[in-house]
Design a protein around this ligand. Structure first.
Ligand code: PGA
Length: 253
């Protein structure tokens, strides 16, 4: 059985006070289910990660980063390495989030380097994939997602791949209030799992967690989580409300 994994991507939100407050509110609200089989992570902006790690030091809530660079150190002005993230207590890192693909124009090749470097640096990457609305309408969802998964994982050995979580986030569902139906999510998740089985064998495919993201809310979380191949949720907007994020975690255990 795959352990549910709920992660809150705060994106470019919060400040030095509200990031710590939000982390503490989430931690307090989940205290009574601390022993339950669910992994929870929050993903603040880089500059608040240390403060949030400090606030969560006595709780079983992991902290992640929203991005990373693939080099270890050196003359890469403005970038942050996997080693730096590890050093300040990050466990997870998002790679290839749709806003980085489509706003910042990251390529599959760059994302692949980030995934690989993250694992080498001791982080657990969450590789995000998902189609644009035009691609879905043109029946290209499978082709696009397949390409993003294959290129994102290119060259990874099975040992390295076992550190990876995948996240299917249809771009048209992110921040729009339009959630994929549970059936639409299941269909793509199942396709991704079959692809992983082809690339890495059935056992690793069965062990790999595939999260769904895109307008996840307290009232649609349980139904999404009931789908056989939906193993967790990557929550954006709703993770900025402690109450909503807590409700989503509770709906998932
Ligand atoms: P959303 O974002 O929940 O606000 O749609 C999800 C994401 O971008 O990870």
């Amino acid at each position: 059985m795959r352990k549910p994994f709920i992660a809150g991507n705060w994106k470019m939100n919060t400040d030095s006070y509200t990031s710590v407050q939000l982390a503490k509110d989430v931690a307090h609200g989940l205290e009574d289910i601390a022993g339950h089989p669910v992994d929870v992570a929050v993903i603040p902006p880089f500059v608040y990660i240390s403060a949030v790690v400090g606030a969560l030091s006595t709780y079983q809530i992991a902290v992640g980063a929203q991005d990373v660079y693939f080099e270890h150190k050196g003359a890469f002005t403005g970038e942050i390495s996997p080693a730096m993230l590890k050093d300040i207590g990050c466990a997870y890192v998002l790679c290839g989030h749709s806003e980085r693909r489509h706003v910042i124009k990251e390529t599959d090749e760059l994302i692949n380097k980030k995934v690989s470097a993250s694992i080498s640096g001791g982080l657990l990457p969450i590789l995000c994939v998902g189609e644009l609305i035009e691609e879905r309408k043109a029946n290209k969802t499978e082709e696009v997602v397949k390409r993003q998964v294959e290129k994102g994982l290119a060259g990874l050995s099975p040992e390295k791949f076992s550190a990876v979580t995948l996240a299917y986030e249809p771009v048209w569902a992110i921040g729009t209030g339009l959630t994929a139906t549970p059936q639409q999510a299941q269909e793509v998740h199942s396709m991704i799992r079959q692809l992983i089985a082809k690339l890495y064998g059935n056992q690793l495919a069965q062990e790999t967690r595939i999260l769904y993201g895109g307008s996840v809310k307290p009232d649609n979380a349980a139904e999404l989580m009931r789908q056989q191949d939906v193993d967790g949720l990557l929550v954006g907007g709703a993770s900025l409300s402690a109450k909503d994020f807590i409700a989503i975690v509770r709906a998932s255990v």
